[in-house]
Design a binder for this molecule. Structure first.
Ligand code: SF4
Ligand code: SF4
Length: 378
């Protein structure tokens, strides 16, 4: 293979991602990530890593609207599975290309937390990571739950100019907002970085509609996380509370919002305790309920847990579009589209709040107990 300079190799990879349908692509390097949390040290995944290629693949907006409107769950979930496979496949192909040029490269797996079976220890391993951990201390609950990623795709995306942090903490792209699937690879090739997006490109007007579509208290209203990496101060975002508050909705254990007016796609109604210390037993009970409920059609095998799972929320990223009127429409759809119930064959349907109440009331108590607290009523 002909010798190519690093700039040309980089540009080839970026074109490859664009050709595959990505809406934003970029490259960041170790210097541009300096100051971020330990999960921005690329050497955690690949010794000697110098750079990362990052890309965002857009979600199908028609399917997204069926999902946000609580009209149909399956098309978006299928698109979610497909887009994840595309980004992971694209990342694999990029690593092959780099290896052909004599460089080492690895795919950053989107769910690469210690719980996915990786042997990588996410606790600080070197001086850079120890300093990073002091600047960006991890919450005890994140260490306990294993929710700290080996490599944070979000931080890589911000440093590569693929997007910017919004108040949700998600990465917002200039064309498709946060409704994207991120992908990344790390490599020891010293690829030249692409620029961070300028602050004026950030459309986040702090509308807090990401917070309003969230059925639980995951995004703090009072605490904010600030990110400084390399020379750049990135947009602050709402500090994320206990990981299980979000995960319980993502997995469909929980569903109903705290105000009881809307839900994620999960049919669960048991409230999450306000105190983090009481969360674990509640989550264990909900996990038990989930395992006894009928299987939701579709879904995919989660590499972290090895079990079949379904995607039941993501509203905070799907609501967020660069155009405020599109965002407003999605907010309304999600919050007025009804609440989820589950049929005996596993199907999830959303019904108006009163109809959902009647649906649950018609269930035998042992079945209803898989969805809501009935102890106090018996
Ligand atoms: S929904 Fe609003 S506040 Fe949240 S990230 Fe998007 S623009 Fe920012
Ligand atoms: S995925 Fe759902 S539960 Fe999790 S933070 Fe976003 S809106 Fe909230």
């Amino acid at each position: 293979m002909a010798e190519l300079d690093l700039g040309t190799i980089r540009d080839r990879l970026l074109i490859q991602a664009e050709t595959a349908g990505c809406c934003a692509v970029g490259v960041c390097n170790q210097e541009g990530l300096e100051g971020g949390p330990p999960s921005t040290d690329l050497t955690r995944q690949l010794p000697g890593a110098r750079a990362a290629v990052v890309f965002a693949y857009p979600v199908d907006e028609e399917k997204l609207e069926l999902y946000m409107g609580k009209i149909d769950h399956a098309p978006y979930q299928e698109d979610y599975i497909r887009s994840n496979n595309i980004t992971q496949g694209l990342a694999g192909e990029m690593t092959n290309q780099l290896r052909k040029f004599g460089y080492e490269a690895e795919v950053v797996y989107a769910g690469n937390t210690p719980a996915d079976g990786t042997r990588v220890d996410v606790m600080p391993q070197n001086e850079r990571q120890r300093k990073a951990a002091e600047l960006n201390p991890a919450k005890a609950s994140d260490i306990m739950m294993g929710s700290i990623p080996v490599i944070s795709q979000r931080h890589l995306a911000a440093a590569a100019g693929v997007g910017f942090f919004g108040m949700s903490g998600n990465i917002l792209t200039t064309t498709h907002g946060a409704a994207v699937t991120l992908g990344a690879i790390v490599t020891d090739a010293d690829l030249p970085p692409t620029p961070v997006l300028p602050p004026e490109a950030n459309y986040c007007d702090e509308c807090n509609w990401c917070g309003q579509v969230c059925p639980t208290s995951f995004m703090s209203r009072t605490d904010f996380t600030t990110v400084k990496m390399g020379e750049h101060d990135h947009h602050k975002y709402s500090t994320r509370e206990h990981h299980m508050r979000c995960a319980s909705h993502m997995m469909g254990m929980a569903g109903l919002s705290e105000d009881g007016k809307f839900s994620s796609w999960g049919p669960g109604r048991k409230p999450l305790p306000k105190q983090d210390e009481q969360l674990l037993p509640a989550i264990m009970e909900m996990g038990g309920d989930l395992s006894k409920r009928p299987e939701v059609p579709g879904g995919f095998y989660d590499a972290q847990r090895g079990s079949k799972t379904n995607i039941m929320c993501s509203a905070c990223n799907l609501v967020c579009h660069p155009e405020r009127k599109v965002r407003a429409k999605r907010l309304k759809m999600w919050r007025t589209g009804g609440v989820s119930v589950q049929h005996e064959d596993g199907r999830i349907e959303t019904l108006p709040v009163e109809d959902a109440r009647a649906f649950l009331d018609a269930m035998p108590p042992e079945r209803r107990a898989l969805y809501e607290d009935i102890e106090s009523e018996t």
